[in-house]
Design a protein around this ligand. Structure first.
Ligand SMILES: Nc1ncnc2c1ncn2[C@@H]1O[C@H](COP(=O)(O)OP(=O)(O)OP(=O)(O)O)[C@@H](O)[C@H]1O
Ligand code: NI
Length: 365
């Protein structure tokens, strides 16, 4: 993608609806510490033995993200205000490590609010003004700080954001997907034509009529907007795609198409981090699953290990296994609130009082 379109999209992506602030992106660079030397060949997780993976495209090590809440402590001495602010520091991601290799899809599954989008934000170099970020991130073998990550956004690392509000509201979606052409004169015209052809191909693949290219984002339905975001990511030749909940709003056929495209992208040597709350979906397409709970990865395991709960190491992952519809019953809230001490098989229960696929549910715990 060329500079203009990329920066347009980048700026848009820096203000994705809910809770981002563009001013925040620069502020916390110094907090992503890079003291250690690159250790990207180090494996501490279980790798998929079926899958002869290539090198690490992405390694996140010991990532922690906290938010400072500033409301308190005003009108007091600075020292007092500092202490109050410290006390109001809320850690949302803690000691998180995860990696994505060439050729694989790693699904990140976890309940709503467990920190999945924050992980994506950190990988894309998008930080809130009040965020404190610590840890190490390597992309394609190189240690990265926030600025370096932001520079890869839309280039080496494509992002399918969760919020459809991240499209540029002032640009027709066709141009937005195509991006501005590279080069000068004839080269530029050829590049523009090639981009248009590629965009048309993607629109056709995702059932977007050619007339959609002339629409502005606010004229799209939610599902159309999501397909446009997918087309944006697939337009480029990134090495890594970070897709945050890319399928809601798509019907089954379109969702399957999107997942098949991620699969093809990975099979061609790319890496995909597929963030989803839908573990069933994750199991159909991913090579490995990183199970998220309360801001950290409690287990990173091969999809094949979901064949039996005995192959799963963490009690929470086993609870997820038991909660899969094909295993006949779900976990009640009471069980969900129990501590990992009760590691054995959960007693069989009816679906009554089920807390959904995530044992902690919406958290009445
Ligand atoms: N700027 C912020 N200040 C304070 N807390 C924040 C901020 N941004 C996010 N959080 C908190 O961090 C937690 C994780 O949020 P995140 O969006 O990463 O969850 P998620 O796993 O992506 O959820 P979902 O599945 O609903 O998208 C939430 O509790 C959220 O309230
Ligand atoms: Ni999210």
């Amino acid at each position: 993608m060329t500079e203009a379109a990329n920066s347009a999209r980048t700026e848009a992506a820096a203000v994705p609806g809910e809770r981002s602030g563009s001013e925040g992106s620069e502020r916390s660079h110094e907090h992503l510490d890079h003291a250690a030397s690159p250790v990207h060949h180090h494996h501490s997780h279980a790798c998929d033995s079926r899958h002869a993976h290539g090198h690490h495209l992405l390694t996140v090590e010991d990532l922690s993200i906290s938010f400072r809440m500033y409301e308190e402590g005003e009108g007091q001495s600075r020292a007092r205000a500092y202490l109050d602010a410290k006390r109001r520091e809320v850690e949302v991601i803690r000691s998180l490590s995860i990696s994505v290799h060439e050729g694989e899809i790693v699904a990140v599954v976890g309940a709503s609010g467990s920190g999945k989008t924050l992980l994506a934000d950190a990988i894309l170099g998008l930080f809130e003004p009040n965020a404190l970020v610590r840890g190490r991130i390597w992309y394609d073998g190189a240690p990265m700080d926030a600025a370096a990550l932001a520079a890869e956004r839309g280039r080496g690392i494509a992002y399918v954001p969760q919020s459809v509000g991240s499209l540029d509201p002032l640009m027709r979606v066709g141009r937005q997907v195509e991006g501005a052409p590279h080069g000068r004169g004839g080269t530029r015209r050829a590049d523009a034509a090639a981009r248009r052809a590629r965009r048309r191909q993607l629109f056709e693949r995702y059932g977007l009529a050619e007339s959609v290219a002339r629409l502005y984002p606010h004229e799209l339905s939610g599902g159309m907007a999501r397909r446009v975001l997918l087309c944006c990511a697939l337009m480029e030749s990134p090495k890594l795609i970070v897709a945050d909940e890319p399928t809601p709003g798509l019907d089954a056929a379109l969702a399957a198409k999107a997942l098949a495209d991620f699969r093809a992208f990975a099979d061609a040597g790319g890496g995909v981090m597929l963030i989803t709350h839908d573990i069933e979906l994750a199991l159909t397409v991913a090579d490995r699953v990183a199970v998220f709970r309360d801001g950290t990865v409690v287990e990173e395991t091969a999809v094949a290990n979901f064949a039996s709960p005995d192959l799963l190491a963490h009690p929470f992952t086993r609870q997820l296994w038991h909660a899969l519809p094909e295993h006949g019953f779900t976990v009640t809230e009471e069980e969900a609130c129990r501590q990992p001490a009760e590691e054995g098989a959960l007693p069989e229960r009816s679906a009554e009082g089920a807390a959904g696929p995530y044992p902690e549910g919406a958290s009445s715990c």
